[in-house]
Design a protein around this ligand. Structure first.
Ligand code: BGC
Ligand code: ZN
Length: 369
């Protein structure tokens, strides 16, 4: 089969190679890849700044946002059938308590692996093998947007966690800011608007024409788009009012620091963006700490997502479609065949989400199972 792999630590090492199709055991399924989303983590791994090959190997097959179809099922598998659409979660558990109860996104010891990122091969290939407990079945109606479920799970978790933290007090948030208008930012805006009814402002760097896809999506869900060139982050509350919840999805340390300073009383700042590994971090200001204390604020970090947030995402896909028919597929602004992975990595910035199409129709021989 074909697979896109990198040599971790080496700049621009992503190549499309022929590799043997993976074998599946009695408890596993073989999945044919339909779509793979490309994100900043993939680009960072290709830059040699992140990523780790599986133990004993030199290369890592990348790709962690996926949609696939079950092709073969091991003899002991009862949960899935041939033909099922599935989305794989990313982390594989280590030994800690959270990992053992299926919440490896809350891993305490850091001994998890991540498919396509850290110590385990990913999905940017024609096939992969996994156990049913890590595969989320997707209703066929959502095939076109199934590849968005992994990034959606990140947004779902951020919102659930932010509200969970605020159970410490009576909290009726009205206004949210989403910093960053990439896929995670737009999906977070969608969740906050549609499911929590908040007033949402999406803040991006670019000045967007009213006809730009991002701008249209934001307007359509009843949110507003603001460019930081028009209104700097520190000016936002003066323009639009006190902010109860901020989702930081840019990963720029300066934006995160500014965000902490504009948070309203009893506000929550949820940090999702991961600063690039080539970024020199800024020193947090005394003002930031003062604001946190005097405002009863919570700064909340959130990474990855367990299976329950994928399930929540599936439940909400139906809700999004009812409220805003045809909106979600518009987040995928470009589709390319697997061999154009380089173009996909490089055109990320002019797009909302770029998706690679896997799954050559080549036959996989019968395997012992
Ligand atoms: C992925 C997460 C992962 C994180 C850290 C993100 O790109 O979506 O699932 O845990 O990177 O490696
Ligand atoms: Zn763990």
């Amino acid at each position: 089969m074909r697979a896109v792999s990198v040599t971790p630590g080496q700049k621009r090492s992503a190549v499309l190679r022929e590799v043997p199709a993976p074998l599946y055991g009695p408890q596993e399924v073989l999945v044919r890849v339909i779509d793979v989303g490309v994100d900043a983590t993939d680009a960072e791994i290709d830059e040699g700044l992140y990523g780790e090959a599986p133990p004993g190997e030199d290369v890592l097959i990348i790709g962690h946002e996926s949609l696939g179809r079950v092709e073969r099922v091991g003899t002991a598998v009862r949960e899935l059938r041939h033909g099922d659409l599935v989305v794989a979660t990313v982390r594989r558990p280590g030994e800690c308590l959270n990992c053992r109860i299926g919440e490896s996104d809350m891993c305490r010891d850091g001994d998890y692996t991540e498919r396509g990122i850290r110590g385990a091969h990913g999905f940017m290939a024609d096939y992969y093998v996994d156990r049913p407990e890590f595969l989320v079945r997707l209703p066929p109606a959502f095939r076109a947007v199934g590849v968005l479920l992994e990034p959606l799970s990140i947004a779902e978790k951020a919102v659930v966690q932010s509200f969970a933290v605020q159970r410490r007090l009576r909290w009726e948030p009205k206004r949210a800011l989403v910093l960053g208008a990439g896929p995670i930012g737009l999906l977070a805006a969608l969740v906050l608007r549609t499911l929590r009814g908040l007033e949402v402002t999406v803040v991006g760097r670019e000045v967007l024409e009213a006809s730009a896809p991002k701008h249209e999506i934001v307007r359509r869900i009843g949110a507003r788009y603001v460019s930081t060139l028009a209104v700097p982050v520190l000016e936002l509350p003066r323009r639009f009012g006190a902010v109860d919840l901020i989702i930081e999805a840019t990963g720029h340390p300066q934006v995160a620091l500014d965000a902490a300073q504009i948070l309203g009383r009893n506000g929550v700042l949820c940090l999702l963006g991961i600063p690039g590994r080539d970024e020199t971090a800024l020193l947090p200001a005394a003002r930031l700490i003062r604001g946190l204390v005097l405002g009863n604020q919570v700064v909340l970090g959130s990474v990855n997502a367990s299976r329950r947030y994928f399930d929540l995402g599936i439940q909400h896909l139906g809700e999004f479609e009812r409220r805003w028919p045809g909106l979600l597929p518009r987040l995928i602004t470009r589709r390319l065949p697997l061999e154009d992975f380089r173009e996909a990595l490089e055109s990320r910035h002019e797009n909302i989400k770029v998706v690679l199409e896997g799954g050559s129709r080549e036959e996989v021989g019968e395997q012992p199972s």
